[in-house]
Design a protein around this ligand. Structure first.
Ligand code: VGL
Ligand code: ZN
Length: 204
């Protein structure tokens, strides 16, 4: 069983959004074409309460994109984004949702960030996605969405670590930092994951 995980394809992560990923909107048509190739399609949604401690605005005197220690974890300070119930937190309107069987929300605890769709950044709490995939008989996990060097990377890394044969579809994602994405791909490959082009998925 092959699953496609669509990570955080939300209004705030495309140009015009609060935490825009360059060209983030350019993956959506491709992601829609990829969906029929899979037995199961699942999405994640970054879903922060207002005042989340990953927001620079929650730390007066701190700058955007500065790193701080947040309860023992390194934390980038982001612009306010994907606040629960706001238009920026909605899945992008061009994303075909017909085949999405479940949406897993993450980043809901106010004091810890959650890049991965499987666990928070401290691996303290599971979202339930790994167990859901196992329950559905999934053995192979393909990952696409935003952003390549954060939520897509950490989701793929956790999926591989949880025992799924994991594939990052490199042209069905876009990065905040190109250098960060290069490192992410190398790290994933070093841990047994695969980096593939959508052509390898569509031609099967
Ligand atoms: C993300 C930073 C903060 C992502 C989410 O979806 O990659 N990045 N929250
Ligand atoms: Zn976030």
């Amino acid at each position: 069983m092959k699953a496609l995980l669509l990570i955080d394809i939300q209004n705030d992560f495309v140009p015009g959004g609060a935490l825009a990923v360059p060209e983030g909107d350019q993956i959506i048509a491709l992601v829609n074409r990829l969906q029929p190739q899979f037995d199961l399609v699942v999405a994640t949604q970054d879903w922060h309460p207002a005042g989340h401690l990953s927001f620079a605005s929650s730390h007066p005197g701190r700058q955007l994109f500065e790193h701080i220690d947040l309860e023992g974890l390194d934390q980038v300070l982001w612009p306010d984004h994907c606040v629960q119930g706001t238009p920026g937190a909605e899945l992008h309107p061009a994303l075909d949702q017909h085949r999405i069987e479940a949406v897993f929300r993450k980043g809901t605890s106010p004091d810890i960030d959650s890049y991965s769709g499987l666990f928070d950044n401290g691996h303290r709490k599971a979202t339930g996605l790994a167990d859901y995939l196992r329950g559905r008989g999934v053995t192979q996990v393909y990952v696409a969405g935003l952003a390549a060097d954060y939520c897509v990377y950490f989701t793929a890394k956790d999926a591989q670590q949880e025992g799924f044969d994991t594939y990052l579809i490199e042209d069905a994602t876009r990065a905040i930092s190109p250098e960060g994405f290069e490192q992410a791909k190398a790290d994933l490959a070093a841990h047994g994951g695969h980096v593939v082009h959508s052509q390898q998925v569509l031609s099967r």
